[in-house]
Design a protein around this ligand. Structure first.
Ligand code: ATP
Length: 490
């Protein structure tokens, strides 16, 4: 994880929030490359789950909602985590996560020497397991108390109880309260889904592990409404749709290059299920901190719509024309984190390779996710024709793809820098491209394209560049495109 954190800072992906004041550890800022990467993830999710599906629509609900929403949804009463305090150092921990961190131990078998013991393991000298505070190793922990994770705030200028509301801890409720608006305005038929991407806030007891757990984060959520009276192949439709969504979401991460062996499905045990859920699975990723939730896919039944109908006094039903009756739809909720997805894509793309005795760091991002698609590099920055041609090329390509120009180092170094931020293609303009006007030598108007993963290079006419990138950054494979052009010298 430290390697990723340092790369992210050095190369402008992610910075600590308010770093000049010491940072907060609970929030992070996305730098120039980070914002591109995150936008690309969100765009891919939106395109695949909304634009490409006939049964999905989008929504962008407000963060501040009527306070009754949180009463109806159960968040005011139930959105809590068990918290314990150290009686000596006063540090706070999530009771159910204490065993997931390494712990400080003053070992009696070694005259009280201080050790840091790995998470969940006993001390290898005295075989004792952790019972005290994992941070200071001295204080006892209190018995767990429930701590509500919602951020409280005030609407309007009067700070009194009547004006209290909360920053939304999930985007889902904005969808439920708009169920009827969307249903009526878009004339939808079940089954259909509403999706939204937006910020959510949770006052996590122990934020950490970089952007894995923060107090402000972004969710990409789908609420897919299903008629509970319907069956598919003799099985309840909600159960079948739940399985379809698990499959679809599991495949989605792999479509953008995440390795299958780093993904797994974890079924929630009965005693772990949220009070509203009939069945929940987590899609887990093998993060640098171990297997952890990347996305939850829950069958929330008709709980939310019924609750909001009861608390608002408004009917939130669907009229089943065939059966001539009103039904409260069941809902399947695939709920992903944009930041956690970014961390998983980043961790998965990161490679250290040996190239001709040199170490190269490369982010093997899927081209759709890569923050920069093309880098245009001049081989010699002292030759004005080369520089001008490179600038012109950048300007032309930038109309269609995120393209940068860089001349701040020698070409080998420039390639490595682009590898390190995951740029799939570099275009190099050299002496041969522009020729030598003093000697009356015309250029060949060709440039070199270098592919990030294979580091292969081909020589292509400038006139064909646009068409080539349409293929390469569309569905075309490098090998197919490269076959049509001569290799360039490395
Ligand atoms: P956890 O068990 O890790 O606290 P959760 O089960 O509470 O997560 P959900 O309520 O299912 O999480 O939220 C859906 C998704 O939102 C998660 O899978 C995760 O990707 C993202 N998410 C939730 N909490 C955070 C957070 N504090 N920081 C970053 N992402 C988060």
């Amino acid at each position: 994880m430290d390697v990723l954190v340092s790369l992210c800072k050095r190369r402008g992906f992610i910075f600590q929030s308010s770093e000049i004041y010491g940072g907060t550890g609970a929030a992070w800022d996305y730098g120039p490359l980070g914002v591109e990467l995150k936008n690309n993830i969100k765009r891919a999710w939106w395109r695949d789950n909304i634009h490409l599906r006939p049964d999905m629509v989008g929504l962008d609900a407000s963060i501040l909602m009527h306070p009754q929403v949180w009463k109806a949804s159960g968040h005011l009463d139930h959105f809590t985590d068990p918290m314990v305090d150290c009686k000596a150092c006063q540090h706070r921990f999530r009771a159910d996560k204490v065993e997931e961190q390494s712990w400080i131990h003053y070992c009696p078998a070694t005259k009280g020497n201080k050790f840091e013991v790995p998470a969940g393991e006993p001390c290898k000298h005295c075989n004792v397991r952790r019972s005290l505070c994992p941070d200071c190793g001295k204080g006892e922990l209190t018995t767990p108390r429930q701590f509500n994770l919602m951020f409280k705030t005030f609407m309007g200028p009067v700070e009194e109880d009547a004006a209290v509301t909360y920053l939304r801890p999930e985007t889902a409720q904005g969808i439920f309260v708009n169920f009827d608006n969307v249903l009526q305005s878009m004339r939808l038929k079940l089954p259909f889904g509403i999706a939204q991407i937006g910020k959510a806030f949770r006052n996590e007891i122990t934020p950490g592990n970089f952007i894995f757990r923060t107090r402000e984060f972004e969710q990409m959520e789908i609420e897919f409404f299903v008629n509970p009276l319907e069956t598919i192949d003799g099985r309840p439709a909600d159960e079948v749709w739940h399985e379809r969504w698990i499959e679809s979401r599991f495949a989605w991460y792999q479509r953008y290059g995440m390795r299958r062996e780093n993904l797994r499905i974890r079924e929630h045990e009965k005693d772990e299920l949220a009070h509203y859920a009939k069945r929940t699975v987590d899609i887990e990723y093998q993060f640098p901190i171990g297997w952890s939730e990347l996305e939850g896919v829950a069958n929330r039944t008709d709980f939310d719509l019924k609750q909001h109908a009861q608390f608002s006094g408004k009917s939130l039903t669907y009229f089943d024309e065939d059966r001539k009756q009103h039904v409260v739809p069941y809902v399947i909720e695939p709920s992903a984190g944009a930041d956690r997805s970014l961390l998983a894509f980043l961790a998965d793309a990161y490679r250290e390779e040996e190239v001709r005795g040199d170490r190269r760091v490369v982010l093997r991002f899927h081209p759709d996710l890569a923050p920069v698609k093309i880098a245009v590099l001049p081989l010699l920055k002292k030759r004005p024709e080369i520089v001008t041609t490179a600038h012109d090329l950048r300007a032309t390509l930038a109309r269609r793809w995120v393209t940068v120009y860089d001349d701040t180092a020698a070409i080998g170094r420039l390639y490595r820098r682009q590898d390190e931020v995951g740029t799939p293609y570099c275009v190099t303009v050299d002496v041969q491209t522009v020729g030598d006007s003093a000697k009356g030598e015309p250029g060949d108007r060709c440039v070199t394209i270098r592919e990030r993963d294979s580091m292969e290079q081909i020589r292509v006419p400038i006139a064909e560049l646009q068409g080539i990138f349409e293929r390469l950054l569309g569905d075309g494979a490098w090998a197919d495109v490269a076959r049509s052009y001569p290799p360039a010298r490395g």
